[in-house]
Write a protein that binds this ligand. Structure first.
Ligand code: OGA
Ligand code: MN
Length: 280
């Protein structure tokens, strides 16, 4: 297979042409794509035209797909959920829902948050609907040494129900699902299990408080880190092409959805999350 890699964001994100996941991926292809992901944090596999089963098989080269029952899924494939411009908040006020419109990392409220997330662009809008990424290795490394040493000591309580007011609305969650998801405490700086590099681990709306700190002060510190991390030199904005599979690493990135496509424009993605580990 002839692979062509193209750098997308300068300091992060790479696209690969020449992959066809209609064929079962070889060990060698799997190893090459995993390395590209560890090196670039975001990997865009272009030009795919897949059945759901082929997509699911392909993503298994990166790890074990996980199930989150609260998200609508493709019939017969509980591990393949859907993100659609037609989504409405069925447990809340029924209004249009843009999942992930705040800067975040996926599922940080879990004891073992998902390591990776894949989105497959089946229908993409002509204008808008980009996904943005912030490189949390780079954001961490740019801080003064003293500041890094202090942040290294902090732990944060994460909850599924957004702890913060005044943020962009998100999916309302059924009470029985909330009850089954107790808070988790994670380090504010985590070490990536594949690369050994340290990264800020921040997901603002899930972060209830820093252990040993008042809520207000906790939120100020977190907001400050978010403001730092989303500066242009740490970020990449992905403009979707139909047939893109974009897979990203939640352990060293924040990301953000944009619901800025016009009313009536369609966006439809198939989403798979890959199991992660306890952050350390
Ligand atoms: C997600 C997410 C961003 C987007 O699927 O976790 O945040 O642009 N998606 O849809
Ligand atoms: Mn997300």
């Amino acid at each position: 297979m002839d692979l062509k890699f193209t750098n997308l964001g300068g300091h992060m994100a790479v696209a690969v042409d020449g992959v066809d996941f209609r064929q079962p991926p070889s060990e060698e292809l799997g190893a090459t794509l995993r390395q590209a992901l560890w090196d670039n944090q975001v990997l865009c596999i272009r030009g795919q035209n897949l059945e759901t089963a082929e997509y699911l098989r392909a993503i298994q080269i990166f790890g074990e797909p996980e199930i989150r029952p609260e998200i609508p899924h493709v019939e017969g494939f509980p591990a393949v959920t859907t993100l659609s411009s037609e989504d409405r908040d069925v447990h809340g006020d029924g209004k249009r829902l843009v999942a992930g419109a705040n800067w975040h990392s996926d599922d940080t409220f879990m004891a073992r948050p998902s390591a990776l997330t894949a989105l497959y662009g089946i229908v993409v809008p002509e204008v808008g609907g980009d996904t943005q990424y912030a490189n949390m290795y780079a954001a961490y490394e740019a801080l003064a040494e003293e500041r890094r040493a202090y942040l290294d000591t902090l732990r944060v309580v994460h909850t599924m129900k957004p702890a913060r007011g005044g943020l962009v609305r998100s999916r309302s969650i059924a009470p029985e699902i909330l009850a089954a998801r107790p808070p988790s405490t994670h380090p504010l700086v985590r070490t990536h299990p594949e690369t050994g590099r340290k990264a800020l681990y921040v997901s603002r709306n899930r972060m209830d408080r820093i252990v040993g700190m008042e809520r207000e002060e906790s939120h100020r510190l977190i907001d400050d880190l978010v403001g730092h991390a989303i500066q242009p030199e740490f970020t990449y904005r992905h403009k979707w092409q139909q047939g893109d599979i974009v897979i990203w690493d939640n352990r060293c990135l924040m990301h953000k959805a944009n619901g800025d496509y016009p009313e009536g424009a369609r966006r439809f993605m198939k989403r798979i999350i890959v199991a992660g580990e306890v952050p350390v």
